[in-house]
Structures are given as C-alpha cells and as structure tokens.
Design a protein around this ligand. Structure first.
Ligand SMILES: Cc1cc2nc3c(=O)[nH]c(=O)nc-3n(C[C@H](O)[C@H](O)[C@H](O)COP(=O)(O)OP(=O)(O)OC[C@H]3O[C@@H](n4cnc5c(N)ncnc54)[C@H](O)[C@@H]3O)c2cc1C
Ligand code: SF4
Length: 488
C-alpha cells in the first residue's frame, strides 16, 4: 500500500481542511467517504507506523508498539487493540455482524442501559455500503432477522455438518457467519482456507486496510503523518483550532477546520481529558462483551469440515423480554480447535467448539482517567455486571435446549474468556442532555467541528461484534456532514 507520508516538521503549523486522528475502522471509513467531498486537504495523524501485511506475517506481530504499553491498566481485564496504520483492521478476525434491530432500543424496550439515537433502519443502507467495501461473505437467510436491502457481496462460507443440521432445525436462528474472510478470491484477496491465525492472515484472505483501501492513503488530497501521538486539542469557545501531537520526543501543532477523533475507546477520551473538553459522560462507560468457551463432544458425528474458522452463528438466546433482567447472548459454532482435537482414535473431529458471547451493561464506574504526572491513559474496570453474567450463566446452564437436535456425547466447560477485544462506550452517542457526549451524526454536542468515530461512540454493548457498525456509522456521519451539506 502506498501512502503519502509527511514528516511532523512538514505539517507543523500548517492548516488542513480535515484532520483525522487515528487510522482504524472509524477514521478510515470516514475518510474514504469524506475525501470525495473535500476541496482542500486532509491529514491523518497516526500514533503507530505503517506496518505492511508482509512484515506482519514475517514478524508475527501487527505493530512494533506493544498495545499494553499505551495505557496503564488498574483492572484485571486485558484490553486489546493494534497501534498502527489501519488500527483494528490489522488484527481483527473479520467477524462482520450487524447489530440486531432491538439492540438500538434497550432503554425503551427493556428498561436497561441506553437507547441509540439511530435505529437499524437508519443504519441499514450504510451497513450495505460497509459490507460492499469489505466484500463480506454471508448467508442470505439472515435477512429473516436482520432485514437487508442488498444481497451479501460474497456467497456464504461452507458450514460444518453440525451447521447443516442446525440450519434445518432452526432455519430462522442458525446462520452461516457473515465475515470479511473471503469465500471467493478477488484482485486483492485470497480465499480463506481456515488455518485460524486471522490476526495475521498468511494468505491475505480477510479484509484489512491494506487490501480494502489500497489507494486511499496515497490519495492526492491526503497526507499521512505516522509515528505521531496526538496528545490534546486546542479550542476557542465551541471550535477546535488545532491538534497537538508528539513525535520522536518533540511536540508539534497543526491547525484545521474539521477534526475527527478516531483514536480507540481508551485513547480518544484520554485526549479529551487532557484537552479539558469534558461534556456529558466523557471517559465513562468503558465496556465490552463477556464470553465463555464450551466444547461439545459429538456422538459418532464427524464435523469440523467448514471453510473458515468460525462457521455458525446462532441467535437462539439473543432476544426476548428476558433482556430486562439478563443479557442477550450469541453462540458461535467454531471450526477451529482452541482446546486441541479430541484425543481418541478416529474421533478427532467428532467435536463442536462453541463460543458464547453476552452483552454487558455500561457503568459509570468503569472508566478512563489520565495520570496527572505522565498524562498517560489509565483504565479502571471493576469487572462485568450481574446482568451480563446472568445471561452468560443462563446459556451455559441451558445448552441442551440449543443442542437438542444433534447427537451429543458430552459437554465440557472450558474457560471464561478474559476479553473479547472490543473496547467500547467511553464517548457515547445520544440526545444532548441525556449524559451522552456526541449526537446521532457523531458530532460532539459542545464542539461544533469535532466528530468522534469508532467504538467509543457505542451507547450499549450488544452481543454482536462492533466493527461493521463502526464502519457504517462513519460512512453515515461523513455523508451527513459533507454529502448532504449539513455543514454549509
Ligand atoms: C485480536 C482482535 C480481534 C478482533 N476481531 C474482531 C472481529 O472479528 N470483529 C469485529 O467486529 N471486531 C473485532 N475486533 C475489534 C475491532 O478491532 C475494533 O472494534 C475496531 O478496531 C474499533 O475501531 P476504532 O476505530 O474504534 O479503533 P481502532 O481500529 O483501534 O483505531 C484506532 C486508531 O487510532 C490510533 N491511535 C490511538 N491513539 C492515538 C493517538 N493518541 N494519536 C494518534 N493515533 C492514535 C491507533 O493506532 C489506531 O490506528 C478485534 C480486535 C482485536 C484486538
Ligand atoms: S482462517 Fe486462515 S485464511 Fe481464513 S482469514 Fe483466518 S488466517 Fe486467513
């Protein structure tokens, strides 16, 4: 991937029409839409370096900056991300789920958490656009619960024998997983061959910034300043005027008309705290899903024969009135063996690994602060809510409901997962005055030229993976701000 690399010295004290902080999902999908409408230039300021795919595979790492060195963690839970050009598009596993229509109305329907200021219908065309850019492969039958106005760009992966049985038993609850792991090769990507090291895909099958946006960072209107950490924003009244960043131990300042804050959900609030821009629940509500792994030994049934690492997605425990008391859960039917294969002769593949993922509740106690001495982001997280654990426990206790139609020899609980690698919620969207920080178009409530993109914007958790929604929200925000002339 070519990039228009510029040095910090060259951009220092310059003025850009658009300044984008970070280059992950939120930032890049925003830039890709915004650049069509710019008359001036855009600058991307990225903390990490450009770490090309080939280097990542060779060195077996996504970045030379260990992510845990970028914040201090006062809790037990790890928080994973990539600090490099492309952010989470480097390391993600490419599970590309839409949220469920009911996920957007948790307060109204179930009396818990928050409502989103957008709904599924408003986001649906943008989900389609994001899926097209990522060339998502998916199961057309999913439209029965997640309505869609366009077919998936790629056909679904081949499910396992168990998936075929489950689809016959639960045709409107069991689907082949939607994913950016290609089922069909294109100019940029190979076909997924299910070898299960997706954080560094050796055959370049999953969607990444490099294969999905091969020319964006070399666009004639885009400059990219890597190895530059944004520390704070300057403002006058309701207007952001400049970004202050550090590179190689030196501080620089660059001015702009419009600012997009797309650092991750730990760093973005830290930047606002260091800038003394605190409005609503800034830096509070850090959350993500909670999960557990279970293995099912199948009774004389060979499976593990799908065409990608996770093949089945089951919505049996996803939605219902129970969400007023316990969390929704999604169950992924795996085609990989995180706990090894079965040891018995001829039974290695008589196996069904399951990942159970449940939503958690955002809490004001789980938050980001900054160290007063060093200015580093500090994460405080006291653990999952009782609501979250109740839903997860319910699924584990009631798996026989789900597995009733397949031959089960035994079920084995394997582990609570420490993290789902989805940081969310520290600058949540909502209606001005309800504690939220940004509105439905991702514009900050108080600063008129500041857009916050990325999973920091999530007002609730949902059991579904976040990144497709991050991408869809960014495309919508850029279109509302530029394409429809809202800023004029
Ligand atoms: C191992 C792993 C697997 C995952 N798998 C999936 C999956 O299968 N499906 C899914 O939906 N999600 C997955 N995720 C989550 C996904 O990566 C995130 O949801 C997504 O990246 C969030 O987008 P974002 O724009 O908020 O942040 P990011 O994509 O993390 O982007 C933030 C960017 O900001 C940069 N940055 C941070 N601070 C600064 C600063 N101060 N100055 C300048 N730049 C800065 C970072 O380097 C990065 O480029 C996975 C995550 C991990 C770690
Ligand atoms: S399963 Fe293998 S081929 Fe498919 S995306 Fe993951 S690493 Fe790449």
């Amino acid at each position: 991937m070519e990039i228009n690399r510029v040095s910090p010295e060259r951009v220092a004290n310059e003025h850009y029409e658009l300044i984008i902080i970070g280059s992950g999902f939120g930032s890049t999908f925003f830039l890709n839409e915004a650049v069509k409408h710019l008359s001036g230039r855009a600058l991307v300021i990225e903390w990490g370096d450009h770490y090309p795919w080939a280097t990542q595979v060779r060195e077996r790492r996504n970045s030379d900056i260990p992510h845990a060195s970028t914040y201090e963690n006062l809790g037990d839970k790890p928080w994973n991300m990539t600090i490099a050009l492309g952010g989470g598009m480097n390391c993600w596993f490419s599970q590309a789920l839409r949220l469920h229509p009911k996920d957007f109305h948790m307060k109204t329907l179930y009396g818990v958490s928050n409502d989103w200021p957008v709904d599924y219908e408003a986001l649906e065309p943008y989900y389609c656009q994001a899926e097209t850019i990522m060339s998502i492969s998916g199961d057309p039958a999913m439209a029965s619960i997640l309505p869609r106005s366009m077919p998936f760009p790629q056909p679904p992966h081949k499910g396992t024998t168990v998936d075929e049985m489950m689809k016959a038993i639960m045709p409107d609850r069991h689907f082949i997983v939607p994913t950016g792991r290609a089922s069909v090769a294109n100019d940029q990507r190979g076909v997924c061959c299910a070898n299960a090291t997706c954080y560094q895909c050796p055959v370049n099958a999953k969607f990444t910034a490099e294969n999905g946006f091969p020319t964006l960072f070399a666009h004639p209107k885009v400059d990219v300043c890597v190895r530059s950490e944004v520390k704070s924003l300057d403002y006058q009244g309701d207007t952001i005027t400049a970004a202050v960043f550090e590179s190689n131990g030196r501080q620089y300042k660059v001015h702009g008309d419009m600012f997009v804050l797309g650092a991750n959900a730990i760093q973005a609030p830290a930047i606002l705290l260091r800038s003394d821009i605190v409005y609503g629940e800034t830096a509070l509500n850090l959350h993500e899903q909670i999960g557990a792994d279970v293995e099912v030994y199948l009774d004389n049934l060979a499976s593990m024969n799908g065409s990608t690492i996770s093949t089945g997605l089951n919505y049996h425990f996803y939605d219902g009135d129970f969400r007023s008391e316990r969390s929704a859960s999604i169950v992924t039917f795996e085609n990989r063996w995180p706990h090894g294969l079965r040891p018995e002769p001829d039974k290695w593949h008589h196996l069904l690994p399951l990942s159970i993922v449940s939503e958690d509740l955002p809490s004001l106690n789980n938050r980001v602060t900054v160290d007063p001495g060093s200015g580093q982001a500090v994460v405080h997280h006291a653990g999952p809510s009782e609501y979250g654990r109740k839903g997860l426990d319910y699924v584990i206790d009631n798996l026989d409901e789900l597995l009733a139609g397949i031959p089960v020899e035994s079920v084995h609980f394997r582990r609570w997962r420490a993290t789902e690698s989805h940081l969310q919620g520290t600058l949540r969207m909502g209606v001005n005055g309800d504690g939220s920080v940004i509105g439905h178009s991702l514009l900050h409530h108080q600063k008129r030229n500041l857009v916050v993109v990325g999973s920091a914007s999530f007002p609730t958790c949902s059991p579904s993976n976040p990144s497709l929604t991050v991408a869809a929200l960014s495309i919508r925000a850029a279109e509302l701000l530029y394409g429809k002339g809202a800023l004029a």
